[in-house]
Design a protein around this ligand. Structure first.
Ligand SMILES: [Zn+2]
Ligand SMILES: [Zn+2]
Length: 265
């Protein structure tokens, strides 16, 4: 009996965890979708990266695929939890152990590590022999929406997130820092698929900010597929010369609202 109760408890806990991950995605994507694709569509149309809007059937498919991604991400989260309770991670709970400076540094380090991993895995899964196995679902959205953020093949969701339990095996991180990292990651992901560019035109010329990827950058990846592989930062795309040759032109065309310089979608 006790065995059954404890197992039912585990099933309930996992179901709740999956629901939280999925509903969090639905909530934030849903709010942005409601504003920019339903209620304020006309008001912000000059900020659209691609003029056309995707069909509703595509969005339904994105949400369907995102549910399986939520299951995978919950599984990865449970791996982190299992590693932690078995004392196999470098997760620490006493903030004074490494100080507040390290707290923020650890977030930057995990972002840089995840970004490097993502860039190379992403290039890898664009190989013609691997594309259909890992990356096809995500690129079915050629005109992404906030709902594209979690729309992956199950295989892609696994390899993209699998690095996180590995990182916390050797990188000391506070649970709050991990939580902040996950939220930054989700924020970037949804922003990259928003379909709109709200940054100012000087952003990509700023000596520091230009190293952060924009919504236009990832939107062009969905349109063109053979460039702009980076996630949070532009270091690898710059180093490997994989930024799309029209990236800056396209970014200026939207942010300067100059229709004459606009290039075709
Ligand atoms: Zn994408
Ligand atoms: Zn891709």
């Amino acid at each position: 009996m006790e065995y059954l109760i404890s197992n039912f408890g585990i099933i309930q806990a996992v179901t709740i965890a999956i629901s939280i991950v999925f509903l969090r995605y639905l909530f934030f994507s849903g709010i942005l979708y409601s504003i920019f694709y339903l209620f304020k569509k006309q008001r912000f149309k000059h900020k659209r990266i691609q003029k056309k809007f995707p069909k509703l059937i595509r969005i339904k498919k994105e949400i369907k695929h995102s549910f399986s991604t939520a299951i995978v991400f919950t599984g990865i989260g449970l791996c982190v939890y299992a590693l932690k309770i078995n004392d196999l991670t470098k997760i620490y709970t006493d903030l004074s152990l490494y100080g507040s400076g390290y707290f923020f540094l650890s977030i930057l380090i995990i972002l840089l590590l995840h970004d490097s991993y993502f860039y190379w895995i992403h290039r890898f899964i664009h190989h013609p022999k691997l594309f259909a196995i890992f990356h096809k679902v995500h690129h079915q959205s050629r005109n992404p929406t906030p709902f594209t953020a979690f729309s992956f093949d199950v295989t892609e969701a696994i390899i993209e997130a699998a690095i996180i339990p590995v990182i916390i095996l050797f990188l000391p991180m506070h649970p709050l820092a991990i939580f902040i990292f996950f939220n930054i990651s989700l924020g970037f992901n949804i922003m990259g698929h928003l379909g709109y560019e709200f940054l100012p035109s000087w952003f990509i010329k700023h000596p520091i900010l230009k190293w952060i990827n924009t919504s236009t950058h990832h939107n062009m990846h969905h349109q063109k597929a053979n460039a702009n592989y980076g996630l949070y930062f532009n270091f690898w795309d710059t180093l490997m010369k994989t930024n799309h040759k029209h990236y800056h032109k396209k970014f200026y065309a939207i942010t300067r609202k100059n229709k004459k310089t606009s290039i075709t979608d």
